[in-house]
Write a protein that binds this ligand. Structure first.
Ligand SMILES: [Zn+2]
Length: 245
């Protein structure tokens, strides 16, 4: 297998792993506003935790470029919200109105966020096959809770588990698509990586603050939101640090 094929196959496997995040819903159902609130709080915690990990990783490479990326990520979500308000939210499968809007925003944010991870996988193969495979496995494992976060927003709103798994995998497709060019042009993409990591973090944290939290406080008490969110956030940061250690 050629090196480029190996990079593509490894990054494709990371994307497919995201679909495993929907698996818990095959055994567990979230019914009613209270459970929807808890699902939102869990998804918020996982996304903020992932965002903090990305900021730490980007800041380790370039604080300035990471902060620039974060500002661009926030602007992206803000513009996407304005656009949806302006043109109206298209239906997404069975989802209508506000539910379709949240689903569309979380899938878009998670899709742009995985671009930087695709660059990370490709760039790591630039440092040798062994390093590339280690990073690919780490990204695959870290994709699972992110697939869970997407499914936590989609399934309690009425999306089928298989469809949520499909959207989770879709959100990671930039990983195989960007891993190959990042591998071929390591220098150029390497310089871009902190901006991409910051962008992903800014977009995810802003999405939580502007979309998920305002809804969740109407479904569960603030103390429960903070409690569930904090536990999920810390768990994601610890999990992330363990798999990249
Ligand atoms: Zn991620």
């Amino acid at each position: 297998m050629s090196e480029v094929t190996l990079v593509f196959v490894a990054a494709l496997a990371t994307a497919l792993a995201t679909g495993l995040g929907a698996l818990p819903f095959a055994f567990f159902t979230f019914e009613g506003a209270r459970w929807l609130g808890r699902a939102n709080a869990l998804a918020s915690g996982v996304m903020v935790g992932a965002g903090v990990s990305l900021l730490i990783e980007g800041g380790g490479r370039s604080i300035g470029r990471t902060l620039l990326g974060a500002a661009l990520g926030i602007a992206f979500v803000h513009l996407a919200q304005k656009l949806l308000e302006h043109v109206g939210t298209p239906d997404l499968g069975q989802l209508r109105g506000a539910d379709a809007r949240k689903a569309l925003l979380i899938v878009s944010v998670m899709t742009v966020h995985s671009a930087s991870e695709g660059i990370g996988v490709g760039a790591s193969f630039g440092g040798g096959e062994k390093l590339g495979l280690v990073i690919a496995v780490a990204i695959a494992v870290h994709n699972i809770p992110e697939g869970l976060a997407i499914s936590l927003v989609l399934v309690p709103r009425g999306t089928r588990v298989s469809t949520a798994a499909g959207w989770s995998i879709f959100s990671s497709l930039p990983q195989p698509l960007l891993a190959v060019p990042a591998f071929l042009f390591v220098e150029q993409f390497g310089a871009l990586l902190p901006v991409g990591l910051g962008f992903a973090a800014g977009a995810m944290i802003w999405m939580v603050a502007r979309e998920l939290v305002p809804e969740t406080v109407t479904q569960i008490p603030k103390t429960e939101l903070v409690g569930v969110g904090a536990v999920a956030c810390v768990a994601m940061i610890v999990f992330q640090s363990l798999i990249t250690a």
